[in-house]
Design a protein around this ligand. Structure first.
Ligand code: SF4
Length: 240
């Protein structure tokens, strides 16, 4: 793993998904096979394979403190092209420091991760008036997860973390993106764990070789999947 400490010029970036996005890191140790964020290599000059480099935006909290005062209030997504709770967040705490700043403002925050490390920040998360904490989960199968996301936390740990957050009164969601083989089992696993579900029709062609190698078929009927959630009274939206 190649870790670099970087100072950046901005941190509260305009986004097409929410109003703003904060990416505390460039790169992601989870290195999922389908990850679209690897496009960033074109702009950063990284030669290492995706998942084997991370730039730590060391001045992110300091910048955020200044930028948030100049921006119009809006919704903030943490994060778009990295996992804000990837393993090195344990040591660098860039996400935590950014949340500390954001907790002084009444903006709506959407955290999205695959890691139960987010539970470390429950004390801070509870301070927000408007905060949704989401887990990306594309399959109910640990075996499928190991093929597509070998370095990300297990499905059971993600589901357990969602349960803990919800029991603490935090609004939770699951992002099913991409919809991996055996996603149908999520209907049972996510019941009573989330307030809502987002299914993203994202293009994940980077993982086409995985489908070929293991003879998997992509889940076609996302409408049917979302209907099964809705039948259980869980709000479910298909996007993009
Ligand atoms: S956790 Fe998210 S950002 Fe990180 S590699 Fe996987 S898909 Fe990409």
């Amino acid at each position: 793993m190649h870790i670099s400490i970087k100072t950046v010029k901005s941190i509260l970036t305009r986004s097409k998904v929410y109003d703003y996005v904060i990416n505390p890191y460039v790169g992601c140790e989870h290195g999922c096979t389908y990850c679209y964020a690897r496009f960033i290599k074109k702009f950063t000059g990284h030669k290492e394979p995706w998942g084997e480099f991370v730039d730590v935006k060391i001045n992110a909290p300091e910048l955020l403190e200044k930028e948030i005062m100049k921006r119009k209030k809006g919704d903030i997504w943490i994060s778009g092209i990295c996992d804000p709770y990837q393993p090195l967040e344990k040591d660098y705490k860039i996400t935590r420091k950014c949340l500390e700043i954001l907790s002084k403002y009444d903006w709506h925050i959407f955290i999205q991760t695959k890691s139960p490390l987010v539970l470390r920040d429950l004390d801070l998360i509870k301070r927000f008036q408007q905060i949704d904490v989401g887990f990306s989960i594309g399959t109910a199968s640990e075996e499928v997860k190991m093929i597509f996301e070998p370095r990300a936390p297990s499905i059971s740990l993600r589901i357990e973390a969602l349960g803990i957050l919800r029991a603490e009164g935090i609004k939770t969601y699951a992002m099913i993106a991409p919809t991996l083989p055996e996603a149908e089992g999520l209907v049972e696993l996510l019941t009573n764990k989330v307030d809502y579900i987002i299914i993203d029709r994202m293009n994940y062609h980077y993982a086409d070789w995985v489908y070929k190698k293991f003879g998997f078929r992509k889940v076609q009927d996302l409408e049917l999947l979302s209907e099964r959630f809705r039948d259980l009274g869980i709000q479910c939206e298909i996007v993009s």
